[in-house]
Design a binder for this molecule. Structure first.
Ligand SMILES: Nc1nc2c(c(=O)[nH]1)N[C@H]1C(S)=C(S)[C@@H](COP(=O)(O)O)O[C@H]1N2
Ligand SMILES: [Mo]
Length: 262
């Protein structure tokens, strides 16, 4: 049967992409993933395959596993940037995030600017889930926040909107060509998924700075690097052209998969 055969070939491609990725970590990537190398080319072509395979095999509403509170064994291990030193962030954090606004813009009928108080007044969702980092560790934690679907319902994406881009306060890289802010993106299927929330609470407490205060996204069916911390803007777009390196995220611009399904 042709369908079975092509499925198998897709799956083999996905397995290759998975094993190649596991040699790199969150904090470091080596020469093999620099533009122009053979491994980089393999990763890029496998990326699109992985997305198509996973979208084919995964029902759009399938849920990630949820756990009981007794299965929370340690604090959520902070990773990546854990203390942004960007001037606007430092000032806002010193003021207890009173001046924080989440901006929703781009391909929407109703652009939004929401304070933390407004976000917290919306119906909340709490979930105990496992966070898997591409570095090979995981943590089970309890996250509380606003379902992203609620925000999307208010903003009303235009028919040509395909992706949500999360823009963050923190500088993840500094080089001669300037500062690079962390950013990430997901599609509207994940944006509207029941477990996709903008979290302001962790393990029953206010979300700590180390884990992305005041607001970070949880996308429970994907790897940790998709879950942008310190977000200030969600932009709805129809392509990544002209945003960062054009691959949909800081780590994607450095060779990681855009679709990091687990
Ligand atoms: N803004 C921002 N978001 C980020 C990162 C980062 O460095 N900056 N690191 C990512 C990675 S690799 C992981 S594993 C998780 C870590 O989340 P935690 O610090 O709550 O464990 O955040 C992700 N989101
Ligand atoms: Mo990660």
């Amino acid at each position: 049967m042709t369908i079975d055969l092509s499925r198998r070939r897709f799956l083999a491609g996905a397995a290759v992409a998975g094993s190649a990725l596991s040699v790199t970590g969150c904090d470091a990537f080596d020469d093999l993933t620099r533009p122009g190398t053979r491994l980089r080319g393999v990763l890029e072509s496998a990326n699109d395959l992985t997305y198509r395979v996973q979208r084919m095999l995964l029902a759009s509403d399938a849920l990630a596993a949820e756990f009981s509170e007794s299965e929370i064994r340690q604090p959520q291990r902070p990773n990546g940037v854990t203390a942004p030193d960007d001037r606007d962030y430092v000032a806002m954090s010193a003021a207890g995030f009173d001046t924080y606004r989440l901006t929703v813009k781009g391909l929407v009928e109703t652009p939004l600017s929401l304070s933390l108080a407004e976000l917290m007044a919306m119906p909340a969702r709490t979930q105990v889930t496992r966070h898997d980092c591409v570095e090979g560790w995981s943590c089970i934690a309890k996250w509380t926040g606003v379902p992203l679907a609620t925000i999307l319902d208010q903003a009303k994406p235009r028919p040509n909107a395909r992706y949500l881009v999360f823009q963050c306060y923190d500088t993840i890289a500094r080089s001669l060509s300037g500062e690079v802010k962390y950013y990430e993106s997901i599609d509207l299927l994940d944006g509207r998924h029941k477990q996709t929330i903008l979290a302001y609470g962790l393990n029953g407490q206010t979300l700590p700075v180390a884990n992305g205060a005041p607001l970070r996204v949880r996308v429970e069916r994907q790897l940790g690097y998709k879950m942008a911390k310190y977000i200030h803007t969600i932009e709805l777009v129809d392509s990544f052209a002209g945003i960062g390196g054009g691959k949909g995220g800081y780590w994607e611009d450095n060779g990681y998969d855009w679709f990091a399904g687990i």
